[in-house]
Ligand binder design. Structure first.
Ligand code: FE2
Length: 343
């Protein structure tokens, strides 16, 4: 039981949060002190190919009642005790977002509780800060849908580097699928890379603080088609893709002067990426901590917790005026709880 969490200045509120930006239907119950009372989920795994938004949305509809009930049972809390209902309102896949947001609106109206619209990227950051105890770090958030390097400055989490096209996780997942390494792609590509011996030059594209992965993906697939050994292509792909991310992260560390570095999102499970980031952190005398596996991928607990922080700061929406935001950027969101902590 946490008594004060990492933001002791804010009130204690209890929120139920729903996550449906992509393949996960997740429900969490958490308070603004960082106590997680429930974190349940059901994950849609496509039969073949990538995530089909409509099929994923159907999965979410189908599993919603069961996962919600599991969360309430797991928490031992009655729904009347909950102070607010939160959901991921973006960024994400439209049909998937609509499921979670519709359920959240209906719950908020039926239970006469405030509704909180949570930014999914912000939630990945807040749960990682809670989990690691680093309160003002540089955050590397990498997953199948996002690749963002950010840190708090003047009221918001500002972006100090991001992908200009596809996400790092998406690059490795698509490669794995195309060459028959299956799903989940990232561990499969990393495992295959361990056997590689020869480095094949692939496009290393860093533009200022931004990176692009689609050219790298195309070139890696092309190398396989031309007969290069798969293990060598995997080695080169992983080394190139991670090095690009680490290069901009290191510059962002120096630029922001932050003393902590966090890795969050689905790729936080990657031991290889962890070790590369740890190494630059040590070079700069910075504490490096990855989020734990439980909170690395999409989950309802991060939405509930971030929703609780928002609600404690008076941020709420009218259900009839709320709407999903498929391209909602992290740096459009105010984070008053950080202002209260640092100013
Ligand atoms: Fe995510």
């Amino acid at each position: 039981m946490r008594l004060h969490g990492i933001y002791p200045q804010i009130d204690d509120v209890l929120v139920l949060g729903i996550e449906t930006t992509a393949h996960t239907f997740g429900v969490g119950i958490a308070d603004s002190n960082g106590n997680i009372f429930a974190n349940t989920r059901s994950v849609y795994i496509p039969q073949k190919g990538g995530i089909h938004p409509r099929e994923a949305a159907e999965h979410h509809v189908l599993h919603s009642a069961k996962v919600l009930k599991q969360a309430i049972d797991e928490s031992g809390i009655s729904i009347e005790e909950i102070d607010g209902i939160a959901a991921s309102f973006g960024p994400g896949l439209g049909p998937c977002l609509r499921v979670g947001c519709t359920i959240a609106r209906a719950l908020a109206i039926a239970l006469k509780k405030p509704l909180v619209e949570v930014n999914h990227c912000l939630a990945h950051i807040e749960i990682a800060k809670l989990d690691t105890g680093l309160v003002d770090p540089l955050v590397v958030y990498v997953s199948g849908g996002n690749t963002i390097i950010s840190a708090y400055a003047s009221g918001r989490y500002r972006i100090f580097g991001e992908t200009l096209d596809i996400a790092l996780g998406n690059c490795l997942d698509v490669f794995a699928r195309e060459v028959g390494l299956g799903f989940p792609g990232v561990p499969a590509v990393e495992k295959c890379a361990e056997k590689g011996q020869n480095y094949i030059p692939l496009p290393y594209v860093v533009k200022g603080q931004d990176i692009t992965y689609s050219g790298l993906l195309t070139a890696a697939l092309e190398a396989v088609r031309k007969g290069a050994e798969l293990k060598d292509v995997c080695l080169s792909l992983v080394e190139t893709a991670y090095s690009m991310l680490v290069e901009v992260t290191e510059r962002a560390l120096v630029h922001t002067g932050k003393k902590g570095l966090i890795l969050t999102g689905g790729l936080a499970r990657s031991r290889k990426l962890r070790s590369m980031l740890k190494s630059i952190a040590e070079d700069h005398n910075v504490t490096f901590k990855p989020v734990s596996d439980e909170y690395a991928g999409d989950n309802g607990a991060m939405i509930a917790y971030t929703g609780a922080l928002m609600l404690a700061c008076g941020i709420r929406s009218k259900p009839e005026k709320s709407s999903i935001k498929q391209k909602w950027r992290l740096d459009e969101v105010d984070v008053p709880w950080m202002k209260k902590l640092l100013h």
